[in-house]
Design a protein around this ligand. Structure first.
Ligand code: ZN
Length: 293
């Protein structure tokens, strides 16, 4: 039998459900529970009581730490702000009944931590995960440490401006990266409903879709090259729903990013797609234990 010295709990609080996992010291999920919220009117009590029930109903001996990822801004055990969820200004310790150490962080930061720590990137020091899906989000690792900024709201990559006076964004500004380079933007530009349809027509060499897709990759590479140039990244990882179509875009995207790099001589930059999908949030949250956040 495998000897387990250290176990952590990883919690991923999303807009529709809460995922809770028991993670062993090899970073494997040994048990996982996904609970859908009863309805959209769910309260902080109801969300966090799912965690309380989990802690009550499972053997907690050997558990050292609870890490929690949330879609928003958090500082240590205090959730400053969550988007469209009843968890803003919530002190986790007021709701979760445990003496165990707890840390809360942004869910995209947790996903970045999981990709970085478990993606075999030992030689990589400066790393970013960029999720390209409904919007664009991500997390940044600098000198092997998660970079969270001075008020824990760093890495809002989707809201860098790539088109001054451009399309209006939900954040209140105009011309944000995600308005041009998210999967939502790609669907709008192609007038198609799914990535499956888009990549099918690309395979068929549909001239209209080929042209639109090339312009889309141009926008995507614009924002990503900004990021690589600012941080001198050695590894950039693309996650989100587009990453499932890796073979259809990765080399073309890399070529477009390379053509925009400031350092054309000895940049260590490499491009990859994410290795973990749905479990990255849970595993990443459990890894917060070693991070100073
Ligand atoms: Zn924006």
């Amino acid at each position: 039998m495998k000897r387990v010295i250290q176990i952590n709990i990883g919690v991923d609080i999303g807009g529709n459900h809460i995922g809770i996992g028991i993670i062993d010291e090899q970073n494997n999920i040994v048990k996982k529970e996904i609970t859908d919220y009863i309805n959209n009117e769910v309260t902080a009590d109801q969300i966090l009581n799912v965690l309380n029930d989990f802690l009550k109903n499972n053997d907690m001996s050997g558990v050292n730490f609870i890490g929690i990822g949330i879609p928003g801004v958090a500082t240590n055990t205090f959730i400053n702000y969550t988007c469209n969820m009843p968890l803003s200004n919530v002190e986790i310790r007021d709701y979760v009944h445990t003496e165990l150490p707890i840390k809360v962080s942004n869910d995209a930061n947790c996903a970045a931590l999981a990709e970085y720590t478990l993606g075999n990137y030992e030689s990589v020091k400066n790393f970013a995960l960029v999720t390209v899906g409904t919007g664009i989000g991500g997390g940044i690792v600098i000198n092997n440490k998660l970079y969270t900024g001075s008020s824990n709201s760093a890495a809002e990559l989707g809201h860098m401006i790539i088109e001054k006076e451009g399309l209006k964004c939900n954040c209140g500004r105009r011309g944000c990266f995600e308005q041009y380079a998210s999967v939502t933007a790609l669907k709008r530009l192609t007038n198609l409903d799914t990535l499956e349809e888009i990549f099918y027509l690309l395979d068929k060499k549909n001239p209209v879709i080929l042209d639109v897709f090339d312009k889309y990759l141009e926008s995507l590479s614009e924002g990503l090259a900004n990021l690589v140039n600012i941080l001198d990244l050695d590894m950039l990882v693309i996650g989100g729903s587009i990453s499932e179509y890796r073979d259809k875009f990765l080399s073309l995207l890399e070529e477009k990013i390379r053509s925009k790099l400031y350092n054309k001589i000895n940049s260590k930059f490499r491009l990859e797609t994410a290795k973990f999908s749905n479990d990255a949030g849970i595993i990443g949250a459990s890894l917060l234990e070693k991070e100073e956040i």
